[in-house]
Design a protein around this ligand. Structure first.
Ligand SMILES: [Zn+2]
Ligand SMILES: [Zn+2]
Length: 240
């Protein structure tokens, strides 16, 4: 496999996903990944798990069958001040935090408000990745977003599920192209995320690849190329 890690994955704990943590890790191993991150939906997503699930993640080994396992969350952005539905006590315990906008948790607003919500979220010391910033239901000023991502050491995700033709985030390819072009211009890396909700999709970036190729996006700016590159990136915020 061209890329060695995937940190946007969901287990049955998310309520609308279909594989266990063990199945996700086994598939990561089978596909030759070095590292997999488990990022179940935070409790604000209807049907997801209770906060105890995240508090207890310490029982999951850091490495399983030779695959490094990072424990994370996909937190929900819940207002236009960029607040998320997890408290500092829990966030501190996790290896990384993805924050995303989801329709059940925040209503789309104006371009200005959506952009501000994301920028405020990136200022949160514990947020490492913005999940699917490509969602056409939440129009954004992507230049402001990329500049803020760079300033705050946050990675913007190129989300495979959004780019899937059966995806439900509208025409994500337009926004994805804009994000990639701006990341090239500002020399800021991105992260590919499968957003797998079943084990078979772990490490699946099939819909990202043609968009990256079309724009000739440099491989050095994709953190999935090396575990070290990702861990180094996550360490910036940990050491604040
Ligand atoms: Zn989900
Ligand atoms: Zn999401």
């Amino acid at each position: 496999m061209q890329y060695c890690l995937d940190v946007h994955t969901h287990t049955i704990a998310s309520g609308h996903a279909y594989s266990s943590l063990q199945e996700m890790v086994a598939m990561a191993k089978q596909k030759g990944l070095e590292l997999v991150g488990i990022s179940d939906h935070a409790p604000g997503m209807p049907g997801s798990t209770y906060i105890y699930y995240f508090q207890n993640l310490r029982v999951v080994p850091k490495e399983i069958d030779g695959v490094k396992v990072l424990k994370g969350v996909e937190a929900n952005i819940i207002d236009y001040q960029g607040r998320i539905d997890m408290s500092v006590n829990e966030l501190k315990q996790l290896d990384y935090v993805i924050a995303s906008m989801h329709p059940p948790c925040i209503k789309a607003s104006t371009k200005r408000n959506n952009t501000r919500a994301l920028i405020k979220t990136m200022e949160n010391q514990y947020v490492n990745i913005i999940g699917h910033p490509d969602d056409s239901r939440y129009p954004m000023d992507y230049e402001e977003i990329v500049v803020a991502a760079k300033e705050n050491n946050v990675l913007l995700e190129i989300n495979n599920a959004s780019l899937n033709p059966i995806g439900f985030r509208g025409n994500a390819v337009v926004a994805t192209r804009q994000i990639l072009a701006l990341c090239m211009r500002f020399n800021h890396p991105v992260i590919l995320g499968s957003d797998a909700h079943i084990s078979y999709d772990v490490g699946n970036f099939e819909y990202c690849l043609p968009v990256l190729a079309e724009i000739e996006f440099p491989k050095e700016l994709i953190v999935n190329r090396s575990t070290e590159a990702l861990l180094k990136f996550l360490a910036y915020k940990k050491t604040l």
